[in-house]
Design a binder for this molecule. Structure first.
Ligand code: ATP
Ligand code: MG
Length: 451
């Protein structure tokens, strides 16, 4: 097997080799190359110790930051390459990281500490492919399999549980039976892993081309850190709009959403409150009154717990809050929704609504999609001149109102909202003079009525 290694990587390997060390491209780049994909980065492993790596390479290009972990990062032609000394790992006590690492000279031993057979291969042009754990065969058969005893490997570092799902979701591989059983047995250990690392893997799992099967098969694993999804599983909706239970529907919505963190998280959580809001009427039809609002709050809480950034939390909560709104196709109603979501969230909202429709009763899908297309057309027309209407773009401000003698914050808020409503409904132009006149008239009128 010959792998096309970028010339800069080749040069690093040659330098280390000519200094008397072993050096290879390793891990994801070898896996991706064998699969015919272009690797997004190239990692290098070597028998040289960090100080020996430094002595062999041009030290101008060294990035200091990784050194204390024994990783040397070099920058060549603007690309970063991580060079890591062969290592064996000591005992693991916290399901996260080894108590100690030891530098070693055996490539095979270094590869044996890696997570999955498909990730445990190394390559250089001198020795060719080094595949001690049958990674090539597992790639051919599309299998994710732990290197060594899966129970031991998952309990050493429980993040590997998420990595297994991530690779399965991205590559479309099956998780091998023993690996799968051990993964489930050890899933609770994810509680010992930092939420940031879990969240990063979750986003990639949701984003994978083959996410559907993984999300349906491993809901229990996701339930370890988002227990709120568990009551969705098997919850029949008893409603003509729906053909699937809440979780199956959710999975369809996820895979029908555009890629990306915010869309996929919004899809994951859009119906999170359905179990809480479920009622059945006297005719036996299921309803979920209030689930978007309750869901937006629950989603905010879950995303905060997983330490997502505020922008992600705010956008996802907004999309969830309004995902079920179906305004009449008239300017004032559509404008009102745009004012609530903000123009920047409106097209993502329509994306979520489309995905949501596709996960519902197939008979109803074409009409729902047609309606959403109409909404999009109206949005384009209504915002064509940049005149999106919300409190920020309203040509009347709090200080204008104070000049008119309105002094209390609550009253200012009331009048701004009143005037915004009128602009949205087309009763008045978004024009400062017109707004001032009108609000002045209304204030006077109110005063007279109160006398
Ligand atoms: P990607 O293509 O997404 O970067 P990758 O396989 O390169 O996937 P990285 O997280 O970049 O994944 O890790 C590089 C390599 O380090 C892996 O291929 C694997 O050999 C090893 N590795 C990474 N994380 C672990 C872990 N938690 N346990 C064991 N080995 C790991
Ligand atoms: Mg990588």
């Amino acid at each position: 097997m010959k792998i096309a290694v970028p010339s800069d990587v080749e040069k690093i390997i040659e330098k280390l080799t000519s200094s008397g060390y072993k050096a290879y491209a390793v891990g994801g780049c070898v896996r991706d190359s064998i699969m015919g994909k272009t690797p997004h980065d190239w990692d290098i492993c070597t028998s040289a110790r960090p100080e020996e790596i430094l002595a062999s390479l041009d030290t101008h290009n060294i990035i200091e930051s990784g050194l204390k972990h024994g990783t040397v990062t070099v920058k060549v032609d603007g690309e970063l390459y991580e060079i890591t000394t062969f290592r064996s790992e000591g005992e693991y006590k916290d399901n996260r990281r080894p108590e100690s690492v030891e530098f070693i000279t055996s490539l095979k031993e270094d590869l044996s500490r890696r997570d999955f057979t498909v990730n445990a291969m190394a390559y250089n042009s001198f020795d060719g492919l080094c595949d001690y754990f049958n990674g090539t065969e597992d790639i051919e058969n599309k299998i994710i399999r732990c290197v060594g005893d899966p129970d031991k490997r998952f309990s050493e570092d429980a993040l590997r549980i998420m990595r297994a799902l991530r690779f399965a979701s991205k590559l479309g591989f099956e998780i091998e039976e023993n690996t799968k059983a051990a993964l489930r047995r050890n899933a609770r250990l994810l509680k010992n892993i930092s939420v940031e690392r879990i969240a990063a893997e979750l986003v990639q799992i949701l984003d994978g081309e083959y996410a559907e099967q993984i999300l349906l098969d491993y809901t229990d694993v996701l339930g370890v850190f988002i227990p709120e999804i568990l009551p969705m599983v098997g919850l029949e909706q008893r409603n003509p709009h729906h053909s699937f239970d809440v979780w199956t529907h959710t999975v369809y919505v996820i895979v029908n959403s555009p890629h990306g963190r915010i869309m996929r998280l919004s899809a994951l959580l859009h119906d999170i409150a359905k179990p809480r809001c479920f009622t059945v009427d006297e005719r036996g039809t299921g309803h979920f009154h209030g689930h978007p609002e309750v869901g937006a709050k629950m989603a905010g809480k879950i995303l905060r717990r997983l330490h997502f950034d505020n922008d992600t939390i705010n956008k996802a909560s907004t999309l969830i809050r309004y995902h079920d709104q179906r305004p009449k196709l008239e300017a004032k109603y559509v404008r009102r929704l745009i004012a609530k979501t903000g123009a920047e969230n409106f097209l993502p909202l329509l994306d979520l609504k489309r995905a949501d429709a596709k996960g519902q009763n197939p008979v109803t899908v074409p009409d729902k999609l047609k309606y959403i297309d109409e909404l999009e057309k109206m949005f384009t027309e209504l915002t064509a001149d940049g005149s999106e209407f919300n409190i920020k773009t309203l040509k009347l401000t709090g200080s204008d109102l104070m000049d008119l003698g309105v002094s209390q914050g609550r009253e200012i808020g009331y009048w701004l909202k009143e005037m915004l409503d009128r602009v949205i409904e087309g009763k008045i132009q978004n024009d400062k003079k017109a707004l001032l006149n009108e609000v002045n008239r209304l204030i006077e009128e109110k005063k007279r009525n109160e006398m």
